[in-house]
Design a binder for this molecule. Sequence first.
Ligand code: UDP
Length: 322
Amino acid sequence: MILVTGGAGYIGSHAVKALKAAGFAPVIFDNLSTGHRSFVRDTPMVEGDIRNSTDIQRAFSEYSIDGVLHFAGKALVPEAHANPAVYYDVNVIGGLRLLDVMRDRGVKHFIFSSTCSTYGIPENAPIAEECPQLPINPYGETKLAFERALRWYHESYGIQYLSLRYFNAAGADPDGEFGEDHDPETHLIPLVLDAAAGRRPVVQVFGTDYPTPDGTCLRDYIHVTDLASAHVLGLQALMEKKVSSQAINLGTGTGYSVREVIGTVRKVTGREIPVRETDRRPGDPPILVAAVEKARTILGWTATHSDLGEIVATAWKWHQDR
Ligand code: UDP
């Protein structure tokens, strides 16, 4: 069976569904702090905290685990600045506890949910995996610390891993089963959809003087269903010994500006979206776009659901149904 930490969360829930579709048997490990019980459905779950070795041991004792997809973690930049200790505790120490249990039980296959935030403000676009990793916030810093630890756990204990560095995860399950539901919400697409639905009065555009074609930041939005399929391909490749342990970007290779996202939401929803232009948000790199060749060559993976219109349409369906 495959342990999916954070399997009740936004990306983890999509990965659980993709694992089942590929014939794997997933087990969720989640403390439901940000995950949703309603996302668990009929998947077996161990309720526990990633920082608690006893909880992790319980999952490995109750189920015969062959591999781990590790999504459990903290992922909000403003929260990370306010309380970096929690980010180190969960993202680094919690992750290491999990690896220690894997090592002790001889479980070798591990996929890590990493992020383009480990690159900081890149000098080039698109960003290749070899670019310097110089994070500019404690969130990216803790994800990088864990990526580095993984390398040594590989070398010394034989853990076989992939660190998948996501760009901007977005969209929702096309069947409407899961979607993005954070509290507080800080991400652009759900905030714009909230404004379209009349749940928020206005969308703020953080900065219009960036060195980009329309002055707003460019991001590489990748559909959560595409992210999920990359995890399954990565796990299969590791288990079949077809890939070596390494980091791989997951993105589309195309950047969209904040204004383009708002324009797409207007088109898809047919609603008015009031906008207020404000100052830059601290810590936002102007352009984050993935180099995607490695994912294609190593995993045979490309994004197939990440057209911006499709991302917004699936997210809008989820937003309205929930
Ligand atoms: N953004 C914005 N208004 C918002 C939220 C986000 O203009 O209310 C911008 C943000 O500055 C960034 C882009 O939208 O350039 C994507 O931000 P998000 O928080 O969704 O993801 P991030 O790139 O920070 O991971």
